[in-house]
Design a protein around this ligand. Structure first.
Ligand SMILES: *Cc1c(COP(=O)(O)O)cnc(C)c1O
Length: 365
């Protein structure tokens, strides 16, 4: 069976090649490719979009997480509370700055970070909570914020799947001490390569991250910190400036598709997260014990799906034999057995979605 419905078709999602070519040409003609006007403009527009005071563009989402933790002096001996059910980058950032991830199993209804679990995980060594707005759904950030204040610990969020996700009346990226974003091509706001950013309201942190991304240097050949080289390119910033303009429209398209899946599939023996108009539907997850059979059936019908994620971070080979990874996280492990992500992106045609829905109905007879 040839492929009929792609999980994600980036050309169809954007249809902006002409506009992007013009933007790229402007950057080429400028003769300036690293840390110039495009990055500065994007940083101020994206900060405004999030409702944050500062945005600092960096090389990718993992670096955004690492530089954020490093800027707050999180390192050896510190514990960071983090959901066990996340993409491995969230965990890698913690272990790569030398801190210990304190994993908490997610809430079984929301699949997102569980506040009760967080409360239990707080210890004398806890330095921060790192929440993840997984699948584009808002994590319970206000509750976590109260907890963090009460225990005098920091609150961060991984917003790599959540550009535009709303908590109360605010967009994520404006809550907590700092937030990390990825602009990997498949994200809701994606560029044509790697890119990432940190947002914060704290000026001293913004200054420090600006140094850290650029060899620890504010003035060329004067190095105040042992920094990295992790900068957002001018070319990528130009692409992001163009795409930021249509992010809200695209997020709305994602919500409409998500709503349709809900309407059509609610009576089937599959679990979906409750529809949430504050979510940006980076991923549309369904859970079913028949996951592998359904995946194979849909593949046979030419429908691409993806599993997020087949192996949870604590079960990955890279953490073999490490104590915090040796505990069991039953909800996370169950999600990895039962989760299947359906095609959903701006540009997915209604007739394609109808075919996906019809085939799922056919599977369940
Ligand atoms: C994509 C992603 C990242 C990492 O972003 P990169 O730009 O690929 O490094 C981090 N956390 C989550 C939750 C992600 O989905």
């Amino acid at each position: 069976m040839t492929k009929k419905v792609a999980y994600l078709d980036l050309l169809k999602a954007h249809e902006d090649s002409d506009q992007i070519l013009k933007k790229i040409s402007t950057v080429i003609q400028s003769g300036w490719y690293i840390l110039g006007n495009q990055v500065a403009n994007f940083e101020s527009e994206f900060a405004e979009f999030c409702g944050a005071k500062y945005c600092i563009g960096v090389g990718n989402g993992l670096d955004a997480l690492r530089l954020m933790l490093f800027a707050f002096n999180i390192g050896s001996g510190d514990e960071v509370i983090v959901p066990a059910n996340t993409y491995i980058a969230t965990i890698l950032a913690i272990t790569q700055v030398g801190a210990v991830p304190k994993l908490v199993d997610p809430n079984s209804e929301t699949l997102n970070i569980d506040c009760e679990g967080v409360k239990k995980a707080i210890s004398k060594k806890t330095k921060a909570i790192l929440a993840v707005h997984l699948y584009g759904y808002p994590a319970p950030i206000n509750e976590l914020s109260l907890l963090a204040k009460k225990h005098n610990i920091l609150l961060f969020d991984d917003c790599a799947q959540a550009h535009g996700t709303i908590v109360d009346d605010r967009r994520v990226g404006s809550i907590g001490n700092a937030s990390a974003f990825s602009f990997f091509p498949t994200k809701n706001l994606g560029c044509l390569g790697d890119g990432g950013a940190i947002t914060t309201d704290q000026p001293e942190i913004a200054d420090k991250v600006r140094l850290l991304r650029n060899y620890g240097s504010a003035n060329k050949y004067f190095n105040d910190l042992q920094g990295w080289n992790s900068r957002l390119d001018e070319l990528q910033a130009a692409v992001l400036l163009a795409r930021l303009e249509k992010l809200e429209t695209q997020n709305q398209q994602r919500r409409l598709l998500a709503h349709k899946y809900h309407e059509e599939l609610f009576h089937l023996p599959i679990k979906m997260l409750p529809y949430n108009s504050n979510a940006v539907y980076h991923i549309f997850p369904i859970l079913t014990p028949d996951r592998n059979e359904l995946e194979a059936f849909l593949k046979g019908k030419g429908i691409e799906t993806i599993i997020h994620y087949p192996i949870p971070p604590h079960k990955q080979k890279c953490y073999n034999g490490i104590e915090w990874a040796s505990y069991s996280f039953p909800i996370t492990e169950k999600i990895s057995q039962e989760e299947l992500s359906l095609p959903l992106y701006p540009g997915l045609e209604l007739k394609e979605q109808k075919y996906v829905i019809d085939m799922i109905k056919e599977f369940y007879g």
